[in-house]
Design a protein around this ligand. Structure first.
Ligand SMILES: [Zn+2]
Length: 379
């Protein structure tokens, strides 16, 4: 049990200064003042802002890349690399490569991250429509594998399978019906490339085929200005749009958010994800490739800080794209909020400098006073 005292609590709505009691990995009580309980470890939040643990719904935990040969494949991430930037819930996925990268390895990595104190899930599939899954179908994986929240696919990209409407609909049906049976929401997480077909197939799914929009989860929507125009329209129809912070963007992600809000998009329809560990190229000023780099995993919170500093967003609204909104998108009722019964995932922030000082995942301290406390077995 943990008793967190004197926390300026953002749930994400502001609750005021609260004491929070956790036990068994969940939040047991929230009150202005809770008396000490025998056996509970007391953590004085010391008037820090306490947020729900951050959610990153697009991370290449087993590595990605490969655009420049085998040597350009990025290595695996560690749990510490995620926890240090406040990510307590991560969704791992494959990218372009469904051959040299295995969905079974992804499952094993997700389980390993979970053993180290994070909450970890995965999407099945990869860029293509050809089957890359563990069981016989996407629908079976939705039903029988707890860690599978949905399916990944790519559209409007030269590396995609150029899926037809019918192929997309049949995958959507599998995540939705599988989700119904397994009490999951079920989403299709869609990588958007830069081809001019843009988000057109997704609008057809909703408008022509009447598919419920909440199962359709486009990402990299800030890749180009053209895509972002479509994404704003999609959000106004009720869809959730995901802006990538670590790669694939035409402008700073917080500027995209501010633009969308100015044009009438609700902050409740926007998420950030890192695309962390994607393989990127380092280029010089003339655009020549001079090396390789991994997409960073720490930019989601940096963009939230920019929203608070440069935008006119309240702290409550600014943290929604990495807390409540991805929880809603993924259908994780116990994540992304500070409430009795929710998981005991927290990020502590020093309000004087926005520094992320402490991270707690399912009631276990993962970062304390700026230092990660996770045991990395091979470090
Ligand atoms: Zn990616």
């Amino acid at each position: 049990m943990l008793l967190i005292k004197n926390a300026e609590t953002y749930a994400p709505e502001y609750l005021g200064k609260k004491d929070i009691l956790t036990g068994g990995g969940a939040i047991l009580a929230i009150a202005d003042r809770l008396s000490d309980i025998e056996g509970a470890e007391i953590i004085d939040a010391d008037s820090k802002w306490v947020f729900p643990g951050f959610i990153d719904q697009h991370v290449h935990v087993t590595g990605a890349g490969g655009k420049n040969g085998f040597v350009s494949m990025t290595p695996e991430l560690t749990a510490s690399e995620l926890a240090v930037c406040g990510t307590t819930t991560v969704v791992g996925l494959l990218g372009t490569d469904g051959a040299a990268r295995s969905i079974k390895t992804l499952y094993a990595k997700v389980k390993a991250l979970e053993q180290q104190g994070l909450t970890a899930y995965m999407y099945t599939g990869y860029y293509g429509v050809d089957p890359v899954h563990i069981l016989d179908s996407i629908q079976e994986e939705m039903i029988f594998i707890d860690k599978v929240l949905g399916c990944k696919i790519a559209i409007s990209d030269v590396r995609s399978s150029y899926p037809t409407d019918l192929e997309l609909l049949r995958i959507l049906k599998q995540v939705r019906v599988g989700g119904m049976i397994a009490s999951k929401k079920g989403i299709m997480h869609i990588h958007l490339g830069g081809l001019k077909t843009c988000m057109d197939p997704l609008f057809r799914m909703v408008e022509d085929y009447e598919f419920p929009i909440e199962h359709i989860s486009p990402t990299h929507v800030g890749r180009t200005k053209t895509i972002f125009e479509s994404a704003k329209a999609f959000a106004k129809m009720g869809g959730m749009i995901d802006i990538t912070t670590g790669a694939s963007k035409y402008t700073d992600p917080h500027l995209s958010v501010l633009e969308a809000i100015n044009e009438g998009v609700s902050i409740d329809k926007i998420t950030f994800s890192s695309d962390g560990n994607a393989g990127l190229e380092k280029r010089d000023a003339s655009g020549k490739v001079i090396g390789l780099r991994r997409a960073p995993v720490d930019q989601n919170y940096a963009e939230v800080v920019a929203l608070i500093r440069e935008g006119s967003l309240s702290v409550s609204d600014a943290i929604k794209p990495i807390t409540l909104n991805p929880a809603i998108n993924l259908g994780l009722k116990q994540k992304g909020r500070i409430a009795v019964g929710a998981d005991a995932d927290f990020c502590f922030v020093d309000p004087s400098n926005f520094e992320l000082t402490d991270v707690i995942g399912r009631g276990e301290v993962l970062k304390k006073n700026g230092n990660v406390t996770i045991n990395e077995p091979f470090s």
